[in-house]
Design a protein around this ligand. Structure first.
Ligand SMILES: *[C@@H]1O[C@H](CO)[C@@H](O)[C@H](O)[C@H]1NC(C)=O
Ligand SMILES: *[C@@H]1O[C@H](CO)[C@@H](O)[C@H](O)[C@H]1NC(C)=O
Ligand SMILES: *[C@@H]1O[C@H](CO)[C@@H](O)[C@H](O)[C@H]1NC(C)=O
Ligand SMILES: *[C@@H]1O[C@H](CO)[C@@H](O)[C@H](O)[C@H]1NC(C)=O
Ligand SMILES: *[C@@H]1O[C@H](CO)[C@@H](O)[C@H](O)[C@H]1NC(C)=O
Ligand SMILES: *[C@@H]1O[C@H](CO)[C@@H](O)[C@H](O)[C@H]1NC(C)=O
Ligand SMILES: *[C@@H]1O[C@H](CO)[C@@H](O)[C@H](O)[C@H]1NC(C)=O
Length: 444
């Protein structure tokens, strides 16, 4: 009796039963009921993207905010960086109890692919160790819906070559998931809204013979709907036409233009129209807390209390007023993957993507456990870090880790040219750090 009683006490903590969400064709579905899942979400990164802070490891904060998420009627949050050394049990279970899923970026501001990575040396073992540690840690939760391998790396037509680097990350995460028996949580990319190469970028991430290097879902950060517009007038209709042949789930990974304030969020009506849901699966409003860029729904007061802005009430009313389409929302179950875009003045990434850094193969193959260092990780420039090179070069000499069919020319991690003089290296490190921080600040 006593044992039974203890078990009964222990269960409720673990038993936040929430269905896994899976992809099928160009849509998301609840695994248990087979019903279609439409993302009604919100970006959640209190303090802003440069503040190395993990709201999902801070129950005081997440439990406070989940009450507002429930009131808003959302079913998904997007978090941009977490501390992969911390426990997320309490926040993730509370989110599951509230029926809320997580879309998580696997990078941090200081451990990510830099868009100027024309020099392949930026793709390295230390970086992948952090990414894998994050993926492994968060895969234990049934309400983890998806991972973004990267956000807005390509932001004009001179940075498209970095897309090959991001596809390598996608491939390596997917191989890591399969080889280590993790749940195959969808891996995606979240794109800046760049008109010059919007179409090429989306198709590039969904093209090529290697299924592992194709994303499982794709997000657009879209700020085109400002104030009171309509589906036809605005151009969501054009985006639907443009991507109606796209074979995997599409959604707005950020939306919520703030040129007209307070925001009325009438785009919510359009997003859940059946005309739209045949191609898109909802989206994530940007963002929960008010930061310097003034996209917040709520203001966090100095004492930790919340006050809501008019935008909050407007979005809440829209979610309450707008229902999902019935049935399957006219999704497409079996479109073919995309054709790879042709090279042009706006597109400079081929499908010849960098190979896995040899030092990272032990993680990909499940021979070693990745071990995250959380917000201490600084890896954009680790290719010029001698310690990292030793890691990769050691693996080169280890027969069990070498991949005989891979030339390693792409990864740069084992190439002599990466061993630039340490003075140059230190200078690069400082200037790139500043550059990346500026780039992130401008974009968010
Ligand atoms: C997670 O979902 C699986 C089925 O997809 C289920 O067997 C398992 O019990 C769930 N875990 C929790 C903690 O609810
Ligand atoms: C359903 O999807 C097809 C293919 O994308 C499209 O041609 C059709 O217009 C859609 N129907 C509705 C009602 O949106
Ligand atoms: C903060 O919020 C709590 C709970 O809603 C409330 O009891 C308290 O009075 C608030 N404090 C201030 C200073 O507004
Ligand atoms: C609620 O949605 C309907 C369309 O479904 C629309 O006509 C109406 O204006 C909306 N109401 C509000 C308060 O947004
Ligand atoms: C889908 O449409 C785009 C144009 O929007 C085109 O470039 C691409 O080749 C098409 N893909 C397939 C598989 O038909
Ligand atoms: C395209 O990429 C290649 C190598 O990836 C580089 O050498 C070339 O300069 C790039 N071209 C442009 C126009 O950016
Ligand atoms: C080795 O490289 C080949 C070809 O790129 C690839 O198919 C295979 O999965 C790689 N092996 C590992 C362990 O990554």
């Amino acid at each position: 009796m006593l044992a039974k009683h203890l078990l009964a006490l222990a269960l409720p903590v673990l038993a936040a039963a929430i269905s896994v969400v899976e992809t099928k064709g160009n849509a998301f579905f609840y695994k248990d009921t087979g019903e279609r899942f439409y993302m009604r979400g919100l970006a959640y990164q209190p303090g802003g993207p440069l503040n190395l802070y993990d709201p999902l490891a801070d129950p005081t904060v997440c439990l406070r905010d989940i009450e507002y998420f429930k009131d808003l009627g959302i079913n998904t949050i997007r978090v941009y960086s977490i501390d992969n050394t911390a426990s997320h049990d309490e926040c993730m279970l509370a989110l599951a109890d509230a029926g809320i899923y997580l879309v998580l970026d696997t990078n941090t501001p200081l451990a990510s692919i830099a868009r100027d990575s024309g020099a392949n040396c930026l793709y390295n073992t230390m970086y992948l160790n952090e990414v894998f540690a994050t993926v492994k840690l968060m895969s234990q939760y049934n309400n983890t819906l998806g991972f973004f391998a990267a956000n807005e790396v390509i932001n004009d037509d001179s940075t498209t070559a970095a897309a090959a680097q991001v596809k390598a990350v996608v491939r390596d995460i997917k191989n890591f998931q399969r080889n280590t028996g993790l749940r195959t949580i969808p891996v995606g990319y979240s794109a800046a809204d760049v008109e010059l190469n919007r179409v090429q970028l989306a198709h590039y991430f969904n093209c090529g013979d290697d299924e592992m290097a194709r994303v499982d879902m794709y997000g657009f950060n879209d700020y085109s709907w400002c104030g009171r517009l309509t589906y036809q007038r605005l151009g969501y209709a054009d985006k639907v036409a443009m991507f109606s042949n796209y074979s995997i789930p599409l959604f707005f990974s950020e939306y919520g233009c703030n040129e007209v304030s307070p925001r009325v969020f009438t785009e919510v009506e359009a997003i859940y129209l059946e005309a739209m849901t045949s191609t898109f699966s909802g989206g994530l409003a940007y963002e929960y807390t008010e930061e310097d860029n003034e996209y917040g729904l709520v203001v966090v007061l100095a004492n930790g209390n919340i006050t809501v802005k008019p935008d909050y009430n407007n979005l809440r009313l829209q979610f309450a007023n707008v229902s999902n389409p019935t049935g399957d929302g006219n999704y497409s179950s079996s479109l073919p993957p995309s054709n790879c875009p042709a090279l042009s003045s706006h597109w400079n990434a081929t499908n010849d993507i960098p190979s896995t850094p040899l030092g990272a193969l032990k993680y990909v193959k499940g021979d070693a456990e990745p071990s995250g260092t959380g917000f201490d990780a600084i890896t954009q420039w680790a290719c010029i870090d001698a310690a990292n090179l030793v890691d990769d070069l050691t693996s080169l000499g280890d027969g069990s880790n070498s991949n005989s069919s891979s030339s390693n020319t792409g990864s740069g991690s084992g190439s002599g040219s990466s061993l630039s003089s340490s003075n140059d290296a230190m200078e690069m490190k400082a200037s790139r750090a500043l550059w990346v921080i500026l780039a992130v600040a401008i974009l968010m």
